[in-house]
Design a protein around this ligand. Structure first.
Ligand SMILES: [Zn+2]
Length: 118
């Protein structure tokens, strides 16, 4: 895996979107392989240290991987017909992930600009 490089990209994207506002929270969507939220958060902390996103909370949205059983050919989402490690249909352990593995910044929450003059 390459969580730190991935987190650097996410921090960069968040800062670009935030402009000069402080980033309060980021939502990251991950598809393909399940990741440990703690690892992503830790990577984010390292990448965001000293930036306007340093205090942002990280919310991880995981999309289920698409998987296919090589033994019987059954395809599905990882928590539907198939698990990531064993086929729920035939029980074979020869299951491969077919979906694209990626992570990207879905949305950010920033500080409201001070004094909007309302
Ligand atoms: Zn199977």
């Amino acid at each position: 895996m390459h969580e730190l490089g991935l987190c650097e990209g996410i921090v960069e994207a968040a800062l670009k979107r935030a402009g000069d506002r402080r980033v309060r929270a980021v939502r990251v969507r991950v598809t393909g392989h399940p990741v440990d939220p703690a690892v992503i958060e830790q990577g984010f902390r390292m990448a965001a240290a000293g930036t306007l996103a340093a205090d942002a909370s990280v919310e991880l949205v995981q999309e289920l991987a698409e998987v296919r059983c090589r033994a019987c050919g059954t395809e599905g989402r990882a928590d539907g017909a198939l698990g990531l490690t064993a086929c729920a249909h035939c029980g074979a352990l020869d299951v491969e992930a077919t979906g694209e593995e990626e992570a990207f910044l879905e949305s950010i929450t920033v500080d409201e600009p001070a004094g909007t003059g309302g």
